[in-house]
Design a protein around this ligand. Structure first.
Ligand code: PRP
Ligand code: MN
Ligand code: MG
Length: 181
């Protein structure tokens, strides 16, 4: 899919690099939640790939639930406005919740989401994000598990989209600036 598509200019993380890092994160999570019930909350749509691969790499019993929030339009920058498009099915009371995200960009989505979920009386709320852009952060977010800190470039693939495209790339690639500038 990448070949012949001028919009995607460089592989940033290969499928193997992503899988290796997720295996390390899964091992850490498995240790930290040993003997405890664990509810993974995936944030649609970007977290779909991370959720599917992390949940399997965990090799233990977990529950998976999904939330859809909207903070971006079709552009490349955050508006800071968060709306719930689909709420969780699960009741969080007394549960250990681990939010699963593909990327923390400005931090607005997750800072809003963690405080929203914390108000539902869970036993704990932690965050697992595959990518984080330290240079783009506008809101401090306390992330327990981070895959990679990356520069402030526009990346797509492995769940990450540009205008709903490229989510199904196996790797994570940078988007050529001419596409969005
Ligand atoms: C992207 C990404 C994160 C969020 C991070 O989702 O998947 O959820 O933005 O940005 P922030 O830290 O600046 O809030 P998006 O809103 O594009 O929806 P999507 O997951 O459906 O692509
Ligand atoms: Mn998202
Ligand atoms: Mg998006």
């Amino acid at each position: 899919q990448i070949e012949g598509d001028l919009a995607v200019d460089q592989t940033f993380l290969t499928e193997q690099q992503i899988a290796d890092r997720l295996a390390e994160m899964a091992a850490e999570i498995r240790r930290d939640y040993e003997g405890q019930d664990l509810l993974l909350v995936g944030v649609l749509k970007g977290a779909v790939m991370v959720m599917a691969d992390l949940a399997r790499a965990l090799d233990r019993d977990v529950e998976m639930d999904w939330m859809a929030v909207s903070s971006y339009g079709s552009g490349t920058t955050s508006s800071g406005v968060v709306r719930i498009l689909k709420d969780l099915d699960a009741d969080l009371t007394g549960r250990h919740v681990l939010i699963v995200e593909d990327i923390i960009d400005s931090g607005l989505t997750l800072s809003w989401l963690t405080s929203n979920l914390r108000s539902r009386k869970p036993a704990s709320v932690e965050i697992c994000a595959l990518l984080r852009k330290p240079d783009a952060l506008q809101m401090a977010v306390d992330v327990r598990y981070v895959g990679f800190d990356i520069p402030n470039a526009f990346v797509v693939g492995y769940g990450l989209d540009y205008d709903e495209r490229y989510r199904n790339l196996r790797q994570i690639a940078t988007l050529a600036p001419h596409v969005y500038s």
